[in-house]
Design a protein around this ligand. Sequence first.
Ligand code: UGA
Length: 435
Amino acid sequence: MKIAVIGVGYVGLVSGVCLAEVGHEITCVDLDQAKIDKLNQNHVPIYERGLEDMVAANRAAGHLHFTTDLAAALKDAEAAFIAVGTPSRESDGHADLSYIYAAAKNIAEQATDPLVIINKSTVPVGTGDEVENIVKTTRPDLQFDIVSNPEFLREGAAIEDFMAPDRIVIGVETDHARKVMAEIYAPFAAQGYPILYVNRRTSELTKYAANSFLALKLAYINEVAELCEVVGADIKGVSKGIGLDPRIGEKFLNAGPGYGGSCFPKDTLALVRTAQDHERPLRLIEMIVSINEYRKRAMSRKIAQMCENEVKGKKIAILGLTFKPNTDDMREAPSIAIIQGLQDMGTTIHAYDPEGMENAKRYLNNITYCDSALACVDSADAAVIVTEWDEFRTLPFAEIKTRMRKPVLVDLRNLYDGQSLKAVGFDYQCVGRPQ
Ligand code: UGA
């Protein structure tokens, strides 16, 4: 099927490339000429394993095109995905839908009918209705349908998640839209991946409910980890012990410095605002938002405690800046709050991250960036693992000890066990485990 994808950010690019991979004829459109030029030379603007090769292969096979020309992308297209950003609006935490509405208007102006317009961006309940109004008002003659089809991709595993999904959720209101969606996802249905058809509002809410539930799991396990520290229990054992109950599930129970990223913080806040607007406050989700904010900042106090609360003028080595490994994404990364907390206490920060240092410069000031973990810990008073990159799982501690001013390691991702670190002379602390 000939399909246009509007917005070449994370979601649009991965969706477009994967839909081309299963045989559709995909044209991705973006306003950013420089980005499109790069993609037309097979240069991918984000770091996602395997994506660059797939772009090159599908372009070479002629299934995948990049352009700034929306009219050309929509010519003879049967479907158009909207995959533009919905950031948190700074004034009130609501999702900012201006890019969605602008995309809807532009599509309506250029569309050839009939067209199924599919919202892939994360949007509050009822946005599909608003998009329908915009398209109807802009082009009263156009035959079109509006569908909700949220994405459930994890950064760092986005291709895997698209190609082998746990489920595909589709919110449709008409038989024609359902037929077109069934055709788009036929290669996935053929492999047995579950496709759930619901109404549009149900689909829109499912996305927020999923992310908020996962955020709830994290806020919960992080609070239990704090209790573990004072009662001498081990959060890894607790996670395993509760997770083996299939009603709870083992995944997403790793305690850490709080969740970050472009999705959980934004989506939990937007759901809170939607619920407040409908005078049905989701008090549990409100609590999760504040638990997570508190948690990130509390990590800087934990690090200070490891330096006997005398951190002024001390040098702290931060290992890992991105919100999780295998991405260069710094949005809402816990490292930001942790570093700012430490800087407020008067510390000097040296940092190293395998992929995130360029992006980090947009969020953090007064940091010395280093070329490697070893360079970063040079003459540091404490080292802190903030992101669990693989290369931090096998650090050469004997050498690190000789380089540091004081051998102090704060492991916010529980990569090591205290006994082995103590055996090589480190003062070690992790989260939710006996020391
Ligand atoms: C998340 C969801 O997992 C995806 O299903 C969803 O599609 C996506 O948001 C989205 O809405 O677009 P993502 O933000 O890429 O994906 O990252 P996750 O892997 O879910 O991690 C989120 C945060 O939770 C990270 O800061 C991570 O370090 C933290 N986390 C995750 C933990 O602290 N412990 C865990 O056990 C798991």
